[in-house]
Design a protein around this ligand. Structure first.
Ligand code: HEM
Ligand code: HEM
Length: 219
């Protein structure tokens, strides 16, 4: 058995803060804490934009080009569910894309909402009353997709972890995956870079996005 770096630190930190932000947005909505709800939503929005950019400039396994499946990849996966897929498997990859897009719609529509009681989204002043109502409707309807995709994600992770005995959570926490070199051809093994340079790049990108968000959206 050999350990290889699968998820770089920025991708792991993204994941756990993103999960916390989404769960936070759901809980604060249920508790009617709209100001805290908007803070969780802003965090989710900045993180989702970070992850999309990271999907183009990040290390190998974080890149969309390494996991977004073609139709033939998907067909092959359904025929023969190989255990040896490193990174996201083709079906998991689709759910990752769905999670990012659904949250992008949820959080960005939130910016234009107005609950007509105490809270106005920071960009709602730029829209007509009808458009704000429309954004409220999008935000209200799309939240069901957020619930659905999060539930599906948790069930899938549980299924892989407990039933297929494929430890996905370990690598998302510690970064490394243990692989069997006898099963996995050595020339197919790609490692994710996770050195100081890549971490500093992620930090700079995140800082830039936070500053941009503060001065463009929250002014
Ligand atoms: C305690 C709850 C959670 C656990 C244990 C968990 C676990 C995981 C694991 C193990 C992966 C890697 C899957 C793979 O190897 O293909 C993953 C990926 C992912 N999860 Fe979660 N997750 C949780 C909550 C959430 C929540 C609430 C969200 C919000 C939508 C979320 C969004 C994502 C995303 C976007 C990815 C892809 C990561 C990337 O490529 O950057 N997760 N999760
Ligand atoms: C990913 C992030 C977010 C999630 C998961 C989320 C989730 C939700 C949910 C589940 C509701 C209740 C919908 C209903 O019962 O019809 C809601 C309502 C609301 N959200 Fe969000 N939200 C997010 C981001 C935001 C952001 C960024 C803002 C504002 C800046 C925001 C502002 C609001 C407002 C004002 C309402 C109440 C709407 C009304 O009562 O008409 N949300 N959100």
């Amino acid at each position: 058995m050999e350990k290889i770096r699968l998820w770089d630190l920025p991708t792991r930190l993204f994941h756990w803060f993103f999960a916390a932000a989404i769960l936070g947005a759901i809980i604060t909505d249920l508790l009617d804490q709209i100001t805290w709800h908007s803070y969780c939503g802003y965090t989710a929005l900045v993180l989702v934009v970070f992850r999309i950019i990271w999907g183009f400039i990040g290390p190998h396994h974080a890149r969309f080009s390494s996991f977004v499946p073609s139709l033939s990849n998907l067909k092959a996966f359904f025929k023969d569910q190989r255990e040896s897929v490193l990174g996201h498997n083709p079906l998991g990859a689709l759910s990752v894309i769905a999670m990012l897009l659904i949250v992008l719609v949820q959080a960005s529509s939130g910016l234009f909402t107005d609950d007509e009681i105490s809270f106005q989204g920071p960009l709602s002043k730029f829209l007509s009353e009808d458009m704000v109502k429309f954004m409220n409707q999008i935000h209200g309807a799309n939240h069901l997709l957020v619930y659905g995709i999060v539930a599906l994600h948790l069930i899938a992770i549980f299924y892989y972890q407990k039933i297929k005995k494929n430890n996905l959570i370990g690598p998302m926490v510690y970064g490394d995956k243990e692989i069997d070199l006898k099963k996995q051809p050595v020339d197919q093994i790609k490692v994710s870079k996770d050195d100081v340079k890549i971490r500093v790049l992620a930090g700079v990108l995140l800082m830039l996005l936070i500053v941009l968000f503060k001065y463009v959206v929250l002014t």
